[in-house]
Design a protein around this ligand. Structure first.
Ligand code: PLP
Length: 388
């Protein structure tokens, strides 16, 4: 089919480079997979049990576009308790189809043709698709591995122009695991405020922070709240990727715009998924169990990587990824990743997918069992040894 027949806003959306690795990996048997971005376990029993029960008693209907009122009440209470964000459940919170839906809808509510969107790099590639289809342009801001990939407020300020509409932050970060410290976030909030631009904060991995790293929500400051949309998700921390439920909090006029967009696209999040979210909110201790599992795996992966020559990990403070620099060869990340697949059937994601400045890195996910982590690193070691 002739591409010119398709709407420009869709043709402009780049496909995520992560897909290419999945597709290639699917052509091999016995892959040791460190490319995945979701927990390897299924949704905890108490959540599934409650949904089972509620679906049998009739939770099978359309709900208000914005989400069920009892869920919005529970989300507002969680935002206040865990994030220090005061959001009115009636007007300042909306339940969305995952963080993905939230980000798409938020970006389409704020970004117009010709607008610039500043994003610290390396960053999750789906932001590119959302900004492109809204007609905007991404302005990447490089971050430094020496600073653990935490963006510098000065560099963010320098990237802002009269065309800038929005700054997107992701903390903890996919792919680097960087957690932006509270003081840095406050400096960035001051930059955003001075420039009069909007801020969209993706806190999908909020509960996965380790050691002494602290997750902080900048919208906890009431003045910053007025120019900030904060995105959360049930996917990663509760092993609920398949339920597709997340939420956005922010000023009522933007939440209302998101509601209209959502009315015309998905109507509402599936009611069983909203029940699952309610159940998850009543089981906060699950978050500690999951965090402990990932923390153990993080230590294991970092320890195992010490045996791999020519690969230098940057210790992550959050999420479930290790970003590691390829120092053993000058080749770009994609060609190294394809060789890892071909020679040893180990799947990782090329850093180049997360921005040009990250093309000498690979992303390794530890959202998988310990045996797979050991096996995958052993296979990687054999390939990296062949470079020297
Ligand atoms: N934001 C980031 C940074 C992610 O890594 C992901 C998933 O990989 C998402 C958002 C989307 O999550 P959800 O499953 O809630 O749509």
């Amino acid at each position: 089919m002739d591409e010119s027949e398709l709407a420009g806003r869709i043709v402009r959306m780049p496909e995520s480079g992560i897909r290419e690795v999945f597709d290639e990996a699917a052509t091999y048997d016995d892959v040791a997979d460190l490319s995945i971005g979701e927990p390897d376990f299924t949704t905890p029993e108490p959540i599934v049990d409650r949904v089972d029960d509620r679906v049998r008693s009739g939770a099978t209907h359309y709900t208000p576009t914005q989400g069920r009122p009892d869920l919005r009440e529970a989300l507002s209470a969680k935002l206040e308790r865990e994030n220090g964000i005061s959001a009115d459940p009636e007007t300042e919170v909306i339940v969305t189809p995952g963080a993905m839906g939230a980000l798409f809808e938020a970006i389409h509510s704020l970004v117009d043709s010709g607008d610039e969107v500043v994003i610290p790099e390396p960053y999750w590639p789906n932001y590119d698709g959302h900004v492109a289809s809204a007609g905007g342009t991404v302005v990447p801001v490089e971050t430094d591995p020496e600073d653990g990939f935490v963006p510098s407020p000065e560099d963010v300020a320098d990237a802002i122009t009269p065309e800038t509409k929005l700054l997107v932050l992701n903390t903890p970060s996919n792919p680097t695991g960087a957690v932006i410290p509270p003081a840095t976030l406050e400096e960035i909030a001051a930059v955003v405020d001075r420039a009069g631009v909007w801020c969209l904060v993706d806190e999908t991995y909020e509960s996965l922070v380790y050691d002494d790293a602290e997750h902080h929500s900048i919208a906890s400051d009431p003045e910053t709240f007025d120019r900030t949309l904060t995105v959360h998700s049930f996917s990663k921390a509760y092993a609920m990727t398949g339920w597709r439920v997340g939420y956005v909090s922010g000023p009522s006029h933007v939440i209302d715009s998101i509601r209209v967009l959502q009315e015309h696209t998905v109507s509402c999040v599936a009611e069983p998924a909203q029940e699952a979210a309610l159940a998850a909110l009543s089981e906060p201790e699950l978050l500690d169990d999951v965090r402990e599992i990932f923390d153990r795996r993080r230590s294991l992966l970092l320890e195992e990587l010490e045996a791999v020559p020519g690969l230098s990990p940057v210790e992550p403070a959050g999420a479930f990824y290790v970003f590691a620099e390829i120092t053993g060869t000058d080749r770009d990340s994609r060609s190294v990743v394809m060789q890892l697949l071909e020679d040893e059937q180990v799947a990782v994601v090329p850093g180049g997918v997360f921005g040009d400045s990250a093309d000498s890195y690979v992303r390794l996910s530890y959202a998988t069992d310990e045996e797979t982590i050991r096996e995958a690193v052993d296979r990687m070691r054999r390939v990296f040894e062949s470079f020297s």
